[in-house]
Design a binder for this molecule. Structure first.
Ligand code: IPE
Ligand code: IPE
Ligand code: MG
Length: 233
């Protein structure tokens, strides 16, 4: 077991290119990506990680062709119909960050059901970032802070610590490590506030072919980095 990783975040990227390389449709990559979510989540749980946040759909992903977006909307149902039982057995709690409102009713229902069913589980929290964007999250937090001041429930001056209480990740520990697959080295609007001091680890491997062994190695790479938080060691 790898010690002291409380919160790991993953930008699961490269599904489409991985599929294309095999002369398959992009949706084939997403299908295999879902299987990988199960495998890596279970490995993270075995490693004792407390929170695993997976970037599943960004606020920018609506720009994709309708057919691909519609396919992506069906993935939560595919995932939870197969794996909710196993998640329950492993005591894993499901949560989401992002705005679920624009999703089709059935997708919302499946997600709300998984959140509800697992709400009493006390093990790893598996957070799906769905229709999530870091900039929107910060703007929404600012709006919530403003209304709290206006209605009198917030009397403290605005500080980093009390601003964080308005972010979608308020209940989670700081992100220690963010992994991005598929060779891209950018954040693509993921957890902009939260990643300020996280370690960033990139791999060329596409998400559907990330092995548990490589995942463990990436955790070790993150852990082996010296974190200075602006100070000196
Ligand atoms: C990640 O894989 C999955 C989502 C963004 C939903 P991509 O679909 O971005 O695959 P590539 O990056 O085009 O290969
Ligand atoms: C980021 O991947 C979003 C998710 C993994 C859900 P993208 O493939 O959408 O990001 P860009 O377009 O390469 O920046
Ligand atoms: Mg991509």
């Amino acid at each position: 077991m790898t010690p002291s990783l409380n919160h790991v975040a993953i930008i699961m990227d490269g599904n489409g290119r991985w599929a294309k390389k095999q002369n398959q449709e992009r949706t084939f990559g997403h299908f295999h990506g879902v299987e990988k979510v199960r495998e890596i989540s279970m490995a993270a749980n075995d490693e004792g990680i407390k929170v695993l946040t997976l970037y599943a759909f960004s606020t920018e992903n609506w720009k994709r062709p309708l057919q691909e977006v519609e396919y992506l909307m069906q993935l939560p149902a595919m995932f939870f119909s197969k794996y909710l039982k196993e998640l329950m057995e492993k005591n894993i709690r499901i949560e989401t960050i992002g705005d679920l409102a624009p999703f089709p009713d059935n997708t919302k229902k499946v997600l709300m059901n998984a959140i509800e069913e697992t709400s009493h589980n006390t093990g790893m929290i598996l957070v799906f970032a769905m229709n999530y964007g870091g900039r929107t999250e910060i703007v929404e937090a600012a709006k919530k802070y403003q209304s709290a001041v206006m209605n009198g429930s917030m009397k403290d001056p605005l500080t980093e610590i009390n601003f964080e209480q308005f972010l979608m990740t308020k209940d989670y520990p700081p992100v220690d490590l963010c992994i991005r697959t598929s060779g891209e080295q950018r954040l693509s609007n993921f957890l902009l506030w939260q990643l300020a001091y996280s370690e960033l680890v990139f791999t060329m491997t596409a998400w559907p072919e990330l092995s548990v062994e490589e995942f463990r190695d990436l955790l070790k790479v993150g852990l082996s980095r010296e974190r200075r938080f602006g100070g000196l060691v």
